[in-house]
Design a protein around this ligand. Structure first.
Ligand code: SF4
Length: 63
């Protein structure tokens, strides 16, 4: 699994950081940044974060 984030779509809702704080962060403007690619034990929380993102700024690439 690999993920990409699109700060241009992000609305700063923070759901991703709440769900997977080891993977996502927010910059000074509240926009999403990627701290690290998820490890195998983080995949389910990252999928959840992607599903909950209200602006679809998180894309999960399976495989
Ligand atoms: S949940 Fe989506 S909109 Fe909210 S901070 Fe994360 S990427 Fe941005």
């Amino acid at each position: 699994m690999r993920i990409t984030v699109d700060p241009d779509r992000c609305v700063g809702a923070g759901q991703c950081v709440l769900n997977a704080p080891a993977v996502f962060d927010q910059d000074d403007d509240g926009l999403v940044t990627l701290l690290t690619e998820p490890g195998p034990d983080q995949e389910s929380t990252v999928r959840l974060a992607g599903a909950l993102c209200p602006s679809r700024a998180i894309t999960v690439h399976e495989g």
